[in-house]
Design a protein around this ligand. Structure first.
Ligand code: PMP
Length: 460
């Protein structure tokens, strides 16, 4: 059990103070202040409690990050031990420490053998910032400094700092300031929305071929890397057709363009494989990681490099002109070690692959088969999306789909369920420690919210 929470202030008090001083993420702050944010005070397993004692089933693992669920004593103890022993030291003065060394040992014992080195960061955004500089450095060392354009995808998400925003394809984020030179985008492989009359396989190939066209347009001699999430997370848990990744990999290899997987959401067991690229069966040159690395208990991210890149950087690169005060932070590293051990030694990832993952996917497909509001169900392991559709047979989307999914999400919250709405999709990603009972609660509460939304618009 986590430490019980004794309310020290009223919810209204918290809300007023928060409104006076705090700018929240991705929200109209004025509207939020008028409504007042929920005040979460405690978590245990998959459940959260707010300051008024209301209990929620967290169907989103926080923000796709609390892979081990809430309230893990072993992670708290690992942090506490490290705080007492060596709370901080840096990586600048020719120094290392046992926590970061042992974290690398654990991490590379999980990863396929063609990866060898990691640069540690505090977040996923930073991992992708570091990625841009690192791949450009790689090509500089190889005598190809002009190879610096990064290609990302529209509706991709790679973070909220300047360059990671630019790398991503969220136009509303670009509008706030987030465009930098030498970044290009291609379309996302969102078959439900854009596939038209094409089969998913044909559409997947066509989307991948856009990469080839973009490389030829820019000149392969100018293109450093292609970056994408193996499945899109913030964009709507969009799983590309099977044909997509093999074709992307072929193109990257053919034109000597690095293939960079953003595993910030997909990493550490989400799909039932340790990393999402393993689920799709391709071999990236770099992996951006964060979130599930520490189950979100403490901020940490990183950029994993293949031997091919690491050898060039280390053997021929001279000074690598990058460093963060908190790179490889000992407390974060200690938590990451405890987290990886638990995910592995308790068979958490294995269970997602053989039991709870298939169970959730099957339940969703049974419960929502033929539902008048649902046009597509996608997912693997413990990540899934329900696509709203006005006419599932013709894949017609609602003109006001974001209003409808937002309404569905609000009904969920009212009934003690946290799921997220993105565009026309309801998305879920419960903690990987979810039991079948937790998943039953997730599916039945989701059904309740979707049904009520359908009733309100008169289709059920
Ligand atoms: N990449 C992906 C795929 C993400 O989903 C996110 C965060 N949702 C990030 C990068 C950025 O990570 P952070 O918020 O830790 O900076």
């Amino acid at each position: 059990m986590t430490v019980p929470h004794t309310p020290t202030r009223s919810t209204r008090d918290y809300q007023q103070l928060d409104a006076a001083h705090h700018i929240h993420a991705f929200v109209d702050q004025k509207a939020l202040n008028a409504e007042g944010p929920r005040v979460m005070v405690r978590g245990e397993g998959l459940h959260l409690w707010d300051n008024d004692g209301k209990r929620y089933l967290d169907g989103m693992s926080g923000l796709w990050c609390t892979n081990l669920g809430y309230g893990r004593k072993d992670l708290a103890a690992a942090a506490s031990r490290q705080l007492e022993q060596l709370p901080y030291y840096n990586m600048f003065f020719h120094t290392t420490h046992p926590a970061v060394v042992e974290l690398s040992e654990q991490l590379f014992s999980l990863l396929p053998s063609h990866y060898s080195h990691a640069v540690y960061t505090n977040s996923g955004s930073e991992a992708n910032e570091v990625l841009i500089r690192t791949v450009r450095r790689y090509w500089q060392i190889l005598g190809k400094p002009q190879k610096k354009v990064m290609i990302g995808r529209w509706n991709g998400y790679h973070g909220s700092t300047l360059a990671s925003t630019a790398l991503g394809g969220m136009k509303f984020m670009h509008e706030m300031g987030g465009l930098i030179p030498d970044i290009a985008h291609i379309d996302e492989p969102y078959w439900f929305a854009a596939g038209g009359e094409l089969s998913p396989a044909e559409f997947g190939r066509r989307c991948a071929l856009q990469l080839e066209e973009k490389i030829l347009e820019l000149g392969a001699e100018n293109v450093a890397a292609f970056i994408a999430e193996p499945f899109q997370g913030a964009g709507g848990m969009i799983f590309p057709p099977q044909s997509y990744w093999p074709e992307i990999q072929r193109i990257c290899r053919q034109y000597d363009v690095l293939l960079c997987a953003d595993e910030v959401i997909g990493g550490f067991g989400r799909t039932g494989e340790w990393f999402a690229h393993q689920h799709f069966g391709f071999q990236p040159d770099t992996l951006s990681i964060a979130k599930g690395l520490t189950s979100g208990y403490i901020p940490m991210g990183g950029l994993v490099l293949s031997k091919r890149i690491a050898e060039v950087l280390v053997e021929q690169g001279g000074v690598y002109a990058h460093g963060l005060t908190y790179s490889g932070h000992p407390v974060a590293a200690a938590v990451a070690i405890a987290n990886i051990k638990a995910l592995r030694d308790e068979g958490v990832v294995e269970r997602v692959k053989v039991d709870t993952g298939p169970y959730l996917q099957q339940c969703l497909r049974e419960v929502f088969a033929g539902h008048p509001l649902i046009g597509e169900i996608q997912g693997s392991g413990l990540v899934a999306a329900l696509q709203f559709s006005e006419d599932p047979a013709s894949r017609k989307r609602f003109a006001n789909e974001t209003d409808l999914t937002w309404r569905c999400r609000s009904i969920g919250f009212d009934n003690g369920l946290i799921i997220r709405a993105t565009g026309g999709r309801m998305i879920m990603a419960p903690a990987l420690v979810a039991t079948r009972t937790d998943l039953d609660e997730l599916v039945s509460k989701t059904k309740l919210a979707v049904d009520q939304t359908a009733r309100e618009i008169g289709v059920l």
